[in-house]
Write a protein that binds this ligand. Structure first.
Ligand SMILES: Cc1ncc(COP(=O)(O)O)c(C=O)c1O
Length: 337
């Protein structure tokens, strides 16, 4: 049997990975639509949709990049499980959590070992999820992942593992590997194009490794160069796991400013209030980076008030892995006055 997408019966979890035929859902924003007043007054027909990446099998947008990274390593014969006559060779990767969770889950099923190097700042829930997915986890005391000092930090440590123990580890490197971008050129972009019937006018996303923005923008701009690509960044000194302020982008080689029409900055605390609003008023259990992206979309649409068009905002993962971050920033959620 192979996947039946109408009954949603799958042969294995790998068949659930998203693609044009099996896209992650697009859900219309209703109560919190930034142009609700204009729509009610008949001066705008703009539609806004959230693309729910937490519906991917391992819970985030990073399932796309991770599956491409693993596929590439397998095709090269670079990873294998323990064998009777040969020790296995696994994966080592610096990660703020989601890529590691996806990589570890897929590697574990294949019997391949995985070591995730994470900064201390990563929420506890993600560190535990990495272990649940089967990863060995090294926690570093950097403020960022990877740290700007290439010799130190998560990126440096992952590199040292891959160098010193090359027989045991290979590092796919989501910050440099074009497979990360290709995943979005092949899947996210075509999904959005088909789901919107080619009507998309605005695409909102964040900047992490920049695989999402570069891949989706490459695809969508080739279809229609007028589609606006808007990247939402948190204010400096932020505490939003998984994403970057533009001053932190030097660590990724996948950022291509020529594909981005606007980078809008949002005070990072808004990531948390916006995520809570989406949970409580749209029934969308969005995590903080989705909250930040939604707030950026709100600011742009409120400023420009387009009379027509269609926007898609990437909702990278859901709130369940961020209970400690949510209660830190919104103490009332912990029952505190
Ligand atoms: C929660 C979250 N949001 C957004 C992103 C950014 O995605 P990208 O790395 O494709 O830029 C990531 C990346 O790890 C993430 O974990």
């Amino acid at each position: 049997m192979s996947a039946n997408l109408s009954t949603r019966v799958f042969d294995s979890v790998f068949e659930m990975l998203p693609n044009e035929a099996n896209p992650s859902p697009l859900v219309r924003i209703n109560t919190l639509h930034p142009l609700a007043a204009e729509i009610a007054a008949g001066t705008s027909t703009f539609e806004l949709f959230a693309k729910l990446e937490w519906m991917n099998p391992f819970g985030s947008v990073k399932d796309r990049a991770a599956s491409y990274l693993i596929r590439e390593l397998e095709a090269k014969g670079a990873i294998w499980p323990d064998k009777a006559d040969k020790k296995g060779r696994g994966i080592v990767e610096p990660t703020s959590g989601n890529t590691g969770i996806s990589l570890a889950a897929m590697a574990s099923v294949k019997g391949v070992h995985m070591r995730a190097i994470v900064p201390e700042k990563v929420p506890e829930e993600k560190k535990v999820m990495l272990r649940i997915a089967g990863a060995d986890v090294d926690v570093l005391t950097d403020a960022m992942c990877p740290s700007p000092g290439m010799g130190e930090g998560a990126l440096g440590m992952a590199r040292s593992y891959a160098k010193a123990q090359g027989d045991r580890y290979v590092m796919p490197n989501q910050y440099e590997n074009h497979a990360n971008v290709q995943a979005h050129i092949d899947t996210t972009g075509p999904e959005i194009w088909r789901q919107t019937g080619g009507k998309i006018t605005h695409f909102f996303t964040s900047l992490g490794t920049c695989g999402t923005v570069t891949g989706v923008a490459t695809f969508l701009k080739a279809k229609n160069k007028n589609i606006k690509i808007i990247a939402v960044q948190p204010s400096a000194g932020h505490d939003v796991p998984g994403i970057r302020n533009k001053d932190e982008l030097h660590v990724t080689k996948l950022f291509d400013a020529s594909l981005i029409d606007e980078i809008i900055e949002v005070p990072f605390e808004k990531a948390y209030t916006s995520a809570l609003g989406l949970c409580q008023r749209e029934g969308l259990f969005a995590g903080p980076s989705s909250g930040l992206i939604f707030e950026g979309a709100r600011m742009v649409l409120q400023r420009d008030k387009p009379a027509q068009g269609l926007g898609v905002a990437i909702f990278c993962d859901n709130v369940f892995k961020y209970i400690s971050s949510m209660t830190k920033h919104l103490p009332a959620l912990a029952g505190e006055p």
